[in-house]
Design a protein around this ligand. Structure first.
Ligand SMILES: Cc1cc2nc3c(=O)[nH]c(=O)nc-3n(C[C@H](O)[C@H](O)[C@H](O)COP(=O)(O)OP(=O)(O)OC[C@H]3O[C@@H](n4cnc5c(N)ncnc54)[C@H](O)[C@@H]3O)c2cc1C
Length: 393
């Protein structure tokens, strides 16, 4: 008699690991050619991971931010460009899922994301503004029920490959720079005229070219909440947490490679501790600090979720900013340690211990919303906000 075993659905992490395997296979090629990580992203779509954060009645799986961060960390260990593309898409989903509730148009679109596994990009950076997310020069021109927008967008990751782009702007031509809205434009509603090519040190597969973005769409596609609220309560925290998770992934893979190097050296000389072993212990220690930083931030975010006062609190913003600055700095130190452990085998491309791609990708972390800009914001908050000195609170 055949007894059927228990049927258990694959977890999100197991599905992400399958996609990560594909992404890892093409990571060096994506980096060398500076091309979109098509294979990794197709694998994520095949695993139906694009809309998992969306609520089940719209076709999603109600995945938590902690679960999404775990997927980003898994992908970060395979291909940082795939991981960053996935993370940036999820940052947009988080804004839509929580800050367009009750908007029939946006809810129908969320369902489409799940059904069709759509990819969403973001255009916040603007010529003359740089990485100052909370300011815009461009303004929506409302003509009856039609919204028109032109933006000199200096960086739109995977802009040419996206199915839709969420674009920040001023509410109208008379509004101050900080009175912003966010509008979701569908691919068929905009044109992109390329103004700069993303030929960079790292994160090359994100294809973050610059464009003159021109669009026209029904005004109902403007997100119902002011962008100030979306940025403060969702976008900044989610960005720092998901980026932190994938940056952890890059560093974790570097440590795994250097551990393999040290183990191989130990096998060659039994009875002798390889010279890199001590530094490996140090790298492991630093990696644990990055992990603890991201996990503590995720716990704080999950506890505050849905509580506007907690999300708006300065202490929350300071904590999220610290996660971004801390993780982005620490991963460089870790990968540098790994370089010293593996030596030329890390410096050279095409060895099992190569770390050039990791180091180059990791260098984007400090610039992706400049750490100096973030530290500037934190320092202003610390002039009035009491530093949280509790251990658990
Ligand atoms: C991999 C990657 C993908 C990206 N994808 C996107 C995307 O999809 N969409 C998008 O809109 N943007 C994207 N960006 C852009 C990013 O979010 C920032 O806007 C950009 O990195 C900032 O560019 P910047 O350094 O030229 O500008 P700025 O932020 O203007 O900074 C310029 C320099 O001035 C200094 N500076 C500026 N302001 C201050 C201040 N207040 N205090 C102290 N120093 C200051 C900093 O040291 C900084 O080096 C991406 C960036 C990267 C690296």
């Amino acid at each position: 008699m055949n007894i059927a075993g228990p049927v258990s659905a694959m977890t999100l992490a197991e599905r992400a690991r399958r996609a990560a395997k594909v992404a890892a296979e093409f990571a060096d090629q994506v980096d060398t050619e500076g091309r979109f990580p098509r294979e990794g992203m197709d694998a994520l779509k095949a695993e139906r991971l694009m809309g998992v954060m969306i609520r089940p009645e719209l076709g999603g799986e109600a995945a938590s931010m902690t679960e999404i961060a775990d997927l980003c960390a898994i992908l970060g260990q395979a291909c940082a460009s795939t991981a960053m593309t996935y993370a940036m898409h999820q940052i947009q989903i988080a804004s839509l899922a929580d800050y367009a509730v009750g908007s029939a148009w946006h809810e129908a679109f969320l369902k489409r994301i799940c059904d069709e596994q759509l990819l969403i990009a973001s255009a916040t950076s603007e010529a003359g503004i740089g990485g100052n997310l909370r300011n815009s020069i461009c303004a929506v021109d409302l003509d009856g029920e039609t919204a028109r927008l032109e933006k000199n967008a200096t960086v739109i990751s995977y802009g040419a490959m996206a199915d839709a782009i969420i674009v920040t702007s001023r509410r109208n031509a008379d509004a101050p720079h900080s009175d912003q809205i966010a509008t979701l434009f569908l691919k068929e509603q905009y044109s992109l005229e390329r103004t700069s090519v993303w030929d960079t040190l790292g994160m090359r597969g994100t294809c973050s070219d610059g464009y003159i973005f021109k669009a026209e769409a029904p005004a109902e596609q403007i997100l119902p909440k002011p962008f100030a609220e979306i940025a403060a309560q969702s976008m900044l925290a989610v960005s720092h947490l998901l980026w932190g998770a994938l940056w952890y992934g890059i560093a974790a893979d570097a440590v795994a490679r250097s551990q393999a190097f040290v183990k191989a050296a130990a096998r060659k000389s039994p009875g002798q501790t390889p010279p890199g072993a001590l530094r490996l212990a140090e790298a492991s220690n630093l990696l644990q600090q990055v992990k603890a930083n991201v996990v503590a931030g995720l716990k704080q975010f999950e506890a505050a979720k849905g509580d506007a006062d907690a999300l708006n609190a300065m202490s929350f913003s300071v904590a999220m900013n610290n996660i971004k600055v801390g993780t982005s700095q620490m991963i460089l130190t870790i990968i540098n340690h790994c370089m010293l452990i593996c030596g030329i085998a890390a410096y050279k491309n095409g060895t099992p211990f190569s770390l050039g791609r990791h180091l180059r990708d990791a260098h984007s972390a400090q610039l992706m919303i400049s750490n100096d800009r973030i530290l500037g914001n934190t320092s202003t908050m610390l002039l009035v906000n009491k530093q949280d000195t509790s251990l658990l609170g």
